[in-house]
Design a binder for this molecule. Sequence first.
Ligand code: AMP
Ligand code: MG
Length: 485
Amino acid sequence: MTLPDTSKTFDNPFVSLNYEPAILALGDDYYDEVEAAEFPQYTLRWRNDALLMRLGLDAANVSNEHFIEAFGKFEICKPLLALRYHGYQFGEYNPQLGDGRGFLYAQVRATDGTLYDFGTKGSGRTPYSRGGDGMLTLKGGVREVLAAEMLHRMGVTTSRCLSMIETGLDLWRGDEPSPTRSSVMVRFSKSHIRFGTFERLSFIQRPDLIKKLLNHVIDTYYSHLTSDGSSEKDKYALFYGELVQRVATLVAQWMATGFCHAVLNTDNMSITGESFDYGPYAFIPRFDPQFTAAYFDYYGRYSYGNQPGICKLNLELLQKPLLAAIQPSDMETGLSKFEDFYHSEYRRLMLQKLGFENLESEQGEEVLKATLQFLNTYPISYHHFFADLATTFSPKWRDDASSILHGSEIAQSLGASDLFLHWSGLYHHILTNLAPDEIDKVAQTLARSNPKTVILRPVIESVWEAIAQENNWEPFYELVKEIQT
Ligand code: AMP
Ligand code: MG
């Protein structure tokens, strides 16, 4: 990694980060060196100051111009690496993928000791662009910033956006009124190594490169597996087992937060089990397992309710390349635990959304089942149900079942229905078993687990309309602030 010799750049605080080009060090089998596009305009629209501290920087010392030099013009780090990968897209193997509109700009050791990637989106064409323009729409950038901040706030293991810069091009897209504005975004994530990175190496029949990459992944992102005394041989099986657990945990987080990723192709699955790449995603308007977010997902393959099954399938597909290092029986054993990991995490998170941390398991099952049955039957908002529960909660609910959610829109319209009475009866019964200090904890757990602001599609659209119509960014900044606090 070299630094350009300009005094302007050396003033830039981003020069002093702890750069650690780990992928570059693996050799050139995994990437192609590319150039960043030059744009007619660089206007910083979003900087994530919350992340600067983790990089050891004081936001007050970082100007917008510094951001533009580093994350719009990409002047600080070279070379820029378009990563090579393939993937299963909607069930079909595609050997023509790879970073088509982005590159790995740099890797940085943060103050917490974790290695992070700065990956770009919308930074120009690469050998993998195929027919695409290599660009990201401004609306696409706005949507990814919002998704990442929202999911992070909701406790989901996710990438974040470090910056988004408007780049002044007119883009043509089938899913946005066109021409539409352009942006370049920088993603802050644990890794851009995907399931599809391994699938490509299997396709080109390079078990040696699979093993080398796997060793790198384990050393960098699963280092406790080797530091706690496990033998060299065991580490591969342990890695797969832990990946299964991480992915099951992640999909449980999506399900509980009501998030539909929309494009769960294997090139969008991170080898660290982190959630990333937010395109046509949506938060579900109501609890409907068949809800599908991408207009091009004609058969609902990646519907909200299919997400756990699809993630398990993707983990199973990954076994083929991993055969280069891991015994099939070890992977079978690892994958067989997916459901247990998923269900216990989902149950734990949903009970938290209902306000309960340590419910006896039978009682938990029963109230969760009643909640989902109620939400699935009536056309009420998934998020408003939980937000109402959090905002209207009162210790009085313990004394009187009919006061539960009393006055809320939901109780007004459905309070007399059998399913609501069944649900509120169960909820009340649980409260009657709690001591007063435990009731306080319910209120706190409800508030922590159910943010009032959730970026349902109309919310995102209204923020975008202000930008599109009047170039008014205030509603966007307001919304991000609401999410973050
Ligand atoms: P995504 O749907 O964003 O995960 O992208 C799937 C594949 O298409 C990746 O290889 C991307 O790099 C590529 N791609 C998506 N949009 C574009 C674009 N506008 N120009 C070039 N490549 C793109
Ligand atoms: Mg992608």
